[in-house]
Design a protein around this ligand. Structure first.
Ligand code: ADP
Ligand code: MG
Length: 235
């Protein structure tokens, strides 16, 4: 579905991505892992058209979308759930969900989808009229994912959804991602520092090391790999 070839990205004169190759197959969960500063967010932001690539190609469904306008990329169905959630704190839960559907115009479908995401995240249903800024961290992350779903993604990209959450809450988030993938066939590109949890739920994974892909492989195989265990899982 998505194929990245030899992608190079700079911030000014400083190189952030040194020619990375990565593929996301349809209906899979693909994880992009790596330490702080490895280039994970840069990768997602470049796919989304928020940062320009200097070299390389990003193909989506056989079409070149490198350096395409971000609005076009959203229209094509690539939706990013950003690091740090980026909700509108003084809008209600329901209003944040409506904002997520800004790229769509069929009101009946939008209202149906609001009901649908509220069923997916029942806690948000209870908090529908509450301001997003007053939600707990876990609830805010659920809302950020629900809002991304309101854009009707074909490829959902999540930037560190478990960041700052208690393990139990993070687990609930990962459970929802598995459900979206298995029951709804949603394709997911998952960026995480939490390698253990991400490898456990991903079909395929890539490990970024300061702008270069180090190891790649099946999620469960990397989880067993001694090198990965020592370097990324602390065991
Ligand atoms: N806006 C920016 N200006 C300059 N350098 C940046 C900017 N954003 C990120 N970087 C640098 O690019 C590298 C990759 O950052 P990032 O993609 O945010 O990493 P990650 O998401 O893996 O933590 C880091 O060295 C970071 O300091
Ligand atoms: Mg990041």
């Amino acid at each position: 579905m998505l194929k990245i070839e030899e992608l190079e990205v700079y911030y000014g004169y400083v190189i952030a991505l040194k020619g990375i190759n990565l593929q996301v197959k349809e209906k899979t969960i693909t994880a992009l892992l790596g330490a702080n500063g490895a280039g994970k967010s840069t990768t997602l932001n470049t796919i989304s058209g928020l940062i320009r690539a200097k070299k390389g190609r990003i193909n989506y469904k056989e079409k070149d979308i490198t350096n395409e306008d971000s609005s076009k990329i959203v229209k094509a169905g690539i939706i990013q759930c950003p690091e740090g959630r980026m909700l509108f704190p003084s809008l209600t839960v329901k209003e944040n969900l409506l904002v997520g559907a800004y790229n769509r115009n069929n009101r009946t479908e939008i209202l149906q989808d609001i009901e649908d995401v509220l069923t997916l995240f029942p806690i948000l249903s209870e908090r529908k009229k509450q301001m997003a800024g007053t939600l707990s961290g876990g609830e805010q992350q659920m809302l950020a994912i629900a809002r991304a779903l309101m854009a009707a993604p074909q490829l959902l990209m999540l930037d560190e959804p478990s960041l700052g959450l208690a393990p139990k809450i993070a687990e609930q988030i990962f459970d929802r991602l598995i459900m979206l993938n298995k029951e709804r066939n949603l394709t997911i590109l998952l960026v995480e520092q939490n390698a253990n949890a991400a490898l456990a739920i991903s079909d395929y994974a890539y490990i970024l090391e300061t702008g270069k892909i180090g190891l790649t492989g099946k999620g469960k195989e990397l989880l067993q790999n001694p090198l990965v265990r020592q370097k990324y899982l602390g065991t």
